[in-house]
Structures are given as C-alpha cells and as structure tokens.
Design a protein around this ligand. Structure first.
Ligand code: IMP
Length: 206
C-alpha cells in the first residue's frame, strides 16, 4: 500500500511543482527535510537516471534506519542542459559547471561566448530531466522528460533559474525565463518526466 511520497530535494519550488502535478494520485508529498532526513549525497553517476537513483537509494536507506520506510515511495530528480555544439556539455555536470558557487550570470555568459559565431541551426540544445522512484517493496522506476530549444545570443527573462535566460524555445518565441511558472511546468523537461512517472505509479496502484 502506497501512502506517501518523499521527494529527495531541499528545493521548495520543486516540491510545490511536484505536489501540483501529482495531486490526483491522492498521496501525501513531502520533502526529505519534512520527512526528517538529512544526508549528504555524492551524485557521481554518469547519467541523469543513475544520479536520480543514487539519491532515492540514499534517502530510502535513511528512512529504513528511522523505521519510516513503510508505505513510502522515495523519488528524486536529476536534470541538466545539453548543448549539441559543445558535445552535449554541460550535461550531467550542469550544476557543477565552472564550479557549484559560480553565478549563473557568469556560466550563461561563458556558454554564449563559447557559441560565438555559431549559427541558429547549430545552437540546438535541450533540458533533460530524469525522475527515479523506489517503491516500498524495493522496485525501482525511472522516467525521462525533455524540452528542445536553442541557445540564445543574450540572456533574456527573469523567471525560472539556472540556464533559463539563455534557453530559447522557438515554439514559444521566448526563453524559458520569459515563461511564467505555470506555462513552464506544462512544457518543461521536469513536468514531462513527472507526468510519465505519474502514469507509471497509477498503473502500479490500480
Ligand atoms: P539538479 O538536477 O537540481 O541536480 O541540477 C541540474 C542543473 O541543471 C541545475 O542546477 C541547472 O543548472 C540546470 N537546470 C536543470 N533544469 C533547469 C531548468 O529548468 N532551468 C534552468 N536550468 C536548469
């Protein structure tokens, strides 16, 4: 019996988004902090899926030790930006690119300068997100979502976070930093991956 989802993130914005998307599963969704879990996790996997699984397994092991694993699905995500011209960099290293503490102003300016002189059709890029879940019985699930776009020529927009101001989506004629949260969630890599994970959980809970 599944009663609760513990999501391995400290990011309040992500928790709200996840609660909204998973609302019709009728399960309590809490952050790992709210579940009383504090653990330092080394994300040393070579794919988004591996990193997401590393997080879910670490949090599941903590909950097990606390005697709170029963009825709980542990979920985590891992995401990144892939720029085709840069051989899909920064990819799984997106958060660590140029150093974890370097501002995104600097990271974004650096990426734009590395694409100097590169024409529109070779500036293709995508945000990728993998979600992993470990069920109460130990079964593991993964899902993946993608949003395709291009690297812009300058930063635009102030919504979102990270690489959003340089991620231009031709379909919308703007960057993901120019979409509001609701619009972005509807089309984003994370939104798509969560929807797919929801479908997998619904099938299991039927
Ligand atoms: P994590 O998945 O939270 O470990 O971090 C992935 C990193 O990829 C973030 O720190 C951002 O640099 C980048 N990233 C992932 N999703 C987005 C997004 O929706 N907008 C902007 N940057 C993103």
């Amino acid at each position: 019996m599944i009663e609760k989802i513990v999501f391995a993130t400290g990011n309040v914005g992500k928790i709200k988004e996840i609660q909204a998307i998973l609302a019709d599963l009728d399960l309590e969704v809490v952050s790992m902090k709210e579940a009383g879990v504090s653990v330092d996790i080394e994300e040393n996997g070579s794919t988004y899926e591996e990193n997401a699984l590393i997080k879910t397994r670490a949090v599941a092991a903590c909950l097990e030790k606390m005697g709170q694993r029963e009825g709980t699905v542990v979920m985590a995500d891992d995401s990144g930006l892939e720029i085709d011209y840069l051989n899909r960099e920064p990819g799984v290293y997106s958060a660590r690119y140029m150093g974890e503490d370097t501002s995104y102003r600097i990271k974004n300016a650096n990426l734009i300068s590395r694409l100097e002189g590169v024409e529109d059709d070779r500036r293709t890029a995508r945000f990728v997100c993998a979600i992993a879940a470990v069920l109460p019985d130990g079964r593991e699930l993964t899902s993946r979502g993608v949003i395709e776009g291009r690297i812009g020529y300058e930063e635009k927009g102030s919504n979102g976070f990270g690489y959003d101001p340089i991620f231009y989506v031709p379909e919308f004629g703007c960057t993901t930093a120019e979409l509001n949260a609701e619009e972005k969630n509807r089309v984003s890599h994370r939104g798509n991956a969560l929807q797919e994970m929801k479908r997998q959980l619904q099938r299991i809970m039927e």
